[in-house]
Design a binder for this molecule. Structure first.
Ligand SMILES: [Zn+2]
Length: 155
């Protein structure tokens, strides 16, 4: 079997950051890495789930709503994948930072938090997502479109 692209990246050099994971035609997959891999500091399921509802909702309602293909968590509990079509990297980075600010300041009801709308609706907490958004934004606030490539440790 072929190794999938995300397994070829040396995870020892990944930190809390945003990377380009892969590009398929006009679709770019971003690695929205919120925790450093292979530490004990993974996100809880409640946090991932809460962040997912808000991140997906705000990304799909913002400036790139017509370009966002998918937003979803990594099974390793250290980040999210964000798939965007036909957009410049700078626009995506700016929008992710804007959405993190929106989550950090959000005090409304959790979107999609009913039994009808969600598969585990009791497992949601706006406060958890807010705390994560504040700390992750601090880590990536100075990142630019020139900083999106994975580091290899070969420099
Ligand atoms: Zn849900």
């Amino acid at each position: 079997m072929n190794k999938i692209a995300s397994f070829t990246v040396d995870h020892r050099f990944i930190r809390e950051w945003i990377y380009i994971s892969r590009i398929d035609g006009d679709i770019t997959t971003y690695d929205v890495r919120m925790r450093k891999p292979n530490t004990d500091n993974v996100m809880s399921n409640a946090l991932i789930h809460s962040f997912e509802h808000l991140f997906a909702t705000f990304m799909r309602n913002g400036a790139l709503k017509d370009n966002v293909i998918y937003v979803g968590p990594m099974g390793c509990q250290t980040g999210f994948y964000l798939l965007v079509r036909d957009t410049r990297h700078k626009a995506v980075l700016d929008e992710v930072k804007r959405v993190l600010t929106e989550i950090a300041e959000y005090s409304g009801e959790m979107p999609g938090s009913s039994e009808i709308e969600c598969g585990n609706y009791r497992n949601l907490d706006v406060g958890l997502a807010r705390i994560e958004a504040i700390s992750y934004l601090e880590k990536i606030k100075d990142e630019t479109e020139n900083d999106l490539n994975y580091e290899t440790g070969e420099n």
